[in-house]
Design a protein around this ligand. Structure first.
Ligand code: SAH
Ligand code: F3S
Length: 441
């Protein structure tokens, strides 16, 4: 058997794609996974291009792999994912020892592409966008652990002015509802208790059903909640646009849907949101949050932020800071604006000084950390439902699991509870992690 080594960068969608690549290659019975790049016959890099730094990392990594190939010229190097889709043959021009360039939608063609290279030793490239073809193979993947990500849709049609995703993942397309439900029911039989529905804009999900109707996102969540064994449902990422009232209503009647929502706002300034082409205002966002609080009073919201977008003045930034306090966001992701080639924002003047961008990022992250800590502190003394995921790496006498609001809790308990939900009283609070005591049922 030949050995494959996969390195994955980027979002959960890429992680999901890499697990499909593993399944597809293992199914051929010709390949097995290895943890060591040096011992591998096929090196696969699944790339991310969301920010410039992520993209540059690709060529640094390829440079390291070139040395492995110099020692063993039969090694095959494959580059896939968003950078491969965006750059195509340019990758080969910069790194001519690369053998395969595959796209975000053509990963299922890898076995065939590898065979081609093995016989011809010529570059094999396919960065086309065949619709949903790759998902034919997702069913067969066996999941480790008790939580699983399920991709429910691909691509994005929103074309926010800063974002490269619509160009690298293609147009928005939803997987058929029955395929998703079938896949989740198989996972539930394998012991999975928590599902994370994945996509760039899951709330825009519109999947076909077996009787040719359209299943909307709200309906999909309710159907997933009916699957025996699935007791917790999350989703990432949603978008304030199309976050319709029917989705908010699910929070009223589906307790399996967690009281924690990642809803990226990006900026607290309407001027910037308009330049970003986000198609909502902060008032729209606030109105969604108000409705969510009525539906689920204990809901916690996290977000993504971009600082230093072209034209962002000190006043715009202060509006973002005010909005962060106003919504009381919990743990969030924040980034310095990165100019991406081919996007509309790349034609705007990148006019905020880098030092200023760094300062704004620091101030923003500092505030978010305070708020995360305050949310965590509120949990002191409360009883939390934890899905026990395993034995703690740091202390083998302890177990760990996650709360609904995505905090890791460690506590003493029997490994027999791994894979089950248990009640834990929170006894110690750190910003991102907690310590607790297992309560008897
Ligand atoms: N669909 C999600 C975003 C997915 S991209 C949404 O609607 O918000 C993930 C995050 O990367 C974005 O939320 C944004 O904060 C960040 N991001 C995307 N493009 C970026 C860029 N050019 N520079 C900096 N951050 C960016
Ligand atoms: Fe990107 Fe906007 Fe879509 S941030 S993923 S273009 S919603």
């Amino acid at each position: 058997m030949k050995k494959i080594y996969i390195k994955t960068w980027g979002c959960q969608m890429n992680e999901y794609d890499s697990s499909m690549i593993t399944t597809i290659l293992q199914k051929t019975k010709k390949y097995s996974l290895t943890e060591s790049a040096e011992k591998s016959d096929i090196l696969i890099l699944n790339t991310c291009s969301i920010r410039e730094k992520a993209q540059e990392k690709v060529f640094h990594q390829l440079g390291r792999w070139k040395k492995i190939k110099n020692n063993n010229p039969s090694v095959i190097i494959a580059v896939g994912g968003c950078v491969a889709t965006q750059e195509g043959k340019e990758i080969f021009k910069r790194a001519n020892y690369v053998d395969i360039i595959f796209g975000t939608q053509t990963l299922h063609k890898l076995p065939q592409m590898i065979s081609e290279v093995e016989t011809s030793r010529k570059l094999s490239i396919d960065i086309s966008f065949p619709k949903l073809e790759k998902f034919k193979y997702s069913l067969e993947s066996k999941k480790k652990g008790y939580t699983a990500n399920i991709s429910i849709m691909e691509g994005c049609n929103k074309y926010c002015s800063f974002c490269i995703v619509p160009y690298t993942r293609g147009r928005e397309i939803s997987r058929p509802c029955d395929d998703i439900l079938f896949e989740i029911s198989i996972l539930a039989k394998q012991g999975v208790r928590e599902i994370n529905l994945l996509g760039q804009n899951v709330n825009a999900y519109k999947g076909s059903t077996f009787n040719r109707k359209i299943c909307y996102f709200s309906e999909l969540i309710r159907l997933v909640a009916e699957i025996d064994g699935i007791d917790r449902i999350r989703f990432t990422t949603s978008n304030p646009r199309e976050f319709t009232d029917d989705i908010i209503d699910v929070y009223k009647d589906t307790p399996k849907l967690v009281s924690f929502l990642h809803l990226p706002v990006q900026s607290g300034s309407n001027k910037i949101l308009n330049l970003m082409k986000r198609s909502y205002t902060i008032e729209d966002y606030k109105s969604i949050v108000n409705k969510l609080i009525i539906a689920r009073p204990n809901i916690q919201i996290s977000s993504d932020f971009i600082v230093g977008f072209p034209g962002e003045s000190e006043i715009d930034f202060q509006q973002t800071m005010l909005f962060i306090k106003n919504i009381n966001f919990d743990m969030s992701f924040s980034f310095i604006y990165s100019k991406r080639p081919g996007t509309p924002a790349s034609k705007m003047k990148d006019d905020v000084d880098l030092e200023e961008k760094k300062k704004r990022l620091y101030i923003l992250q500092d505030r978010i950390n305070i708020q995360t800590m305050l949310w965590s502190r509120k949990m002191f003394g409360t009883i939390q439902s934890i899905l026990v995921e395993g034995v703690s790496d740091k202390n083998i006498m302890e177990l760990y699991g996650r709360t609904e609001n995505n905090r890791i809790v460690t506590f003493k308990g029997s490994p027999n509870t791994i894979g089950q939900f248990v009640n834990v009283k929170i006894k110690k609070v750190h910003t991102h992690s907690l310590k607790g005591e297992l309560l008897q049922k």
